[in-house]
Design a protein around this ligand. Structure first.
Ligand code: NIG
Ligand code: FE
Length: 390
């Protein structure tokens, strides 16, 4: 194995310390830096002037290097699109989860190979924008066979696979919701658990299609008993029990958090559950942006992710999410980058990714810009991509 010295790095962000509270230096910023990669791992980092020799030398020409983004919430295994729903929302239609059935129909009709090609294309699209780890949920199958095959296909591209059979109650079960919960927590879970690390539920009493607090509890507890760790979609469309349930059950994350009471914020702050904020959803559903300052001020652990899906947010772009977080949610650029790397990794209970560290994986993104500040400063400009390290 040969070693590669990356030099010409105007700014290296390591994400080594939490910058919330305004201490940008804690983000871990080195100017005029160099990095040595050996067999996919960071072997050395520091000032360019002190860089050791290596087999291969690559000059990045004054670009910046940051930890690859960790996208801790996506629904990449789907077929079809729902652009018409998006357009209707832009002129006033509300989102209620009812459109999910259209994606379920299209996904069930797609062959394994067609779905595989779609997922691989979307993962490539993410990498082209700097994402090195992605979590992928099921949820567009809603039968034992279709959920299991979605998870199998997801597991081909990531270890962070989430069983979301409890995405919505399929129309055929509308008159007997309990029967669908029984299916999800029985045969579906049994078929799906071997392919997944996580279980998730769309806990949303404000949608006739999603699950209320008690149904969600049953799903999460069954998932845990089957060996899965917990994630929750909570408080997306209105106030609800999702956040409190996630905290009570020790979920790794509760995502959306668009409508939070003061009690919800206090519960999150006193817990190890990360609040996963998904501002692309607010953009695409015209919901209010989350006041991230309120959460950070209370001591809540905040992550950012895309939620890439055909209904509420069809973007694969973590830079877009960062730009929204800075412009609309009151986060500093440093906090937003930290939330998109270290904290998003934390929401996956992963301490090995999200930072640039000697001994850690060389999951790096390069920015065609002199500073990470350009992620928010140059919205929509494709400056970020994964740095090829071998
Ligand atoms: O995270 N809220 C539930 N699930 C997805 C949307 C799914 C869809 O509309 O297709 C979300 O927003
Ligand atoms: Fe989601």
């Amino acid at each position: 194995m040969s070693t590669t010295l990356f030099t010409g790095i105007s700014e290296l962000v390591t994400s080594d310390g939490d910058p919330s509270g305004g201490d940008v230096e804690r983000l871990g910023i080195l100017t005029d830096a160099a990095v040595v990669v050996d067999d996919g791992r960071v072997a050395w980092l520091g000032p360019a002037a002190q860089a050791p020799a290596a087999d291969v030398r690559r000059d990045l020409g004054g670009r910046s290097v940051i930890p690859g983004f960790v996208d801790s919430h996506s629904h990449l295994v789907f077929a079809g699109d729902r652009a018409a729903e998006f357009v209707a929302r832009m002129t006033g239609a509300a989102y209620d989860g009812g459109g999910i059935k259209n994606t379920v129909d299209a996904t069930r009709a797609a062959t394994d190979d067609a779905l595989r090609a779609l997922v691989r294309h979307r993962v490539e699209e993410m990498r082209a924008q700097g994402t090195t780890t992605v979590e992928i949920k099921s949820g567009y199958g809603l039968t034992v066979e279709d959920e299991a095959r979605i998870l199998r296909i997801a597991a081909e591209v990531t270890p962070e696979v989430t069983f979301l059979g409890a995405h919505v109650v399929p129309p055929a079960y509308a008159g007997d919701r309990a029967a669908y919960v029984d299916l999800v927590t029985g045969p579906m879970l049994q078929a799906c658990a071997p392919h997944a690390r996580w279980v998730d539920v769309f806990c949303e009493p404000n949608s006739a299609h999603a699950f209320d607090g008690e149904e969600s509890r049953v799903v999460l507890e069954a998932g845990r008993a089957a060996g899965l760790d917990l994630r929750v979609h909570g408080n997306q469309l209105g106030p609800g029990p999702g956040v409190q349930l996630a905290v009570e059950l020790g979920a790794a994350s509760v995502d959306h958090c668009t409508f939070l009471s003061d009690d919800d914020v206090a519960a999150l702050a006193g817990s190890d559950t990360v609040a996963g904020l998904l501002p692309g959803v607010e953009y695409s559903t015209r919901m209010p942006y989350v006041d991230a300052r309120r959460l950070l001020a209370a001591g809540v652990q905040v992550a950012l992710a895309t939620d890439c899906n055909p209904g509420t947010c069809n973007t694969s772009s973590m830079p877009f999410v960062i730009a929204l977080a800075v412009r609309e949610m009151g986060m500093t650029p440093a906090e937003a980058l930290y939330a998109a790397t270290v904290m998003s990794a934390k929401s996956l209970r992963r301490a090995d990714i999200g930072r640039v560290r000697v001994g850690g994986p060389a999951d790096l993104a390069v920015l065609d810009a002199p500073s990470y500040l350009h992620l928010a400063y140059r919205p929509g400009v494709p400056i970020a991509s994964v740095l090829p390290t071998h």
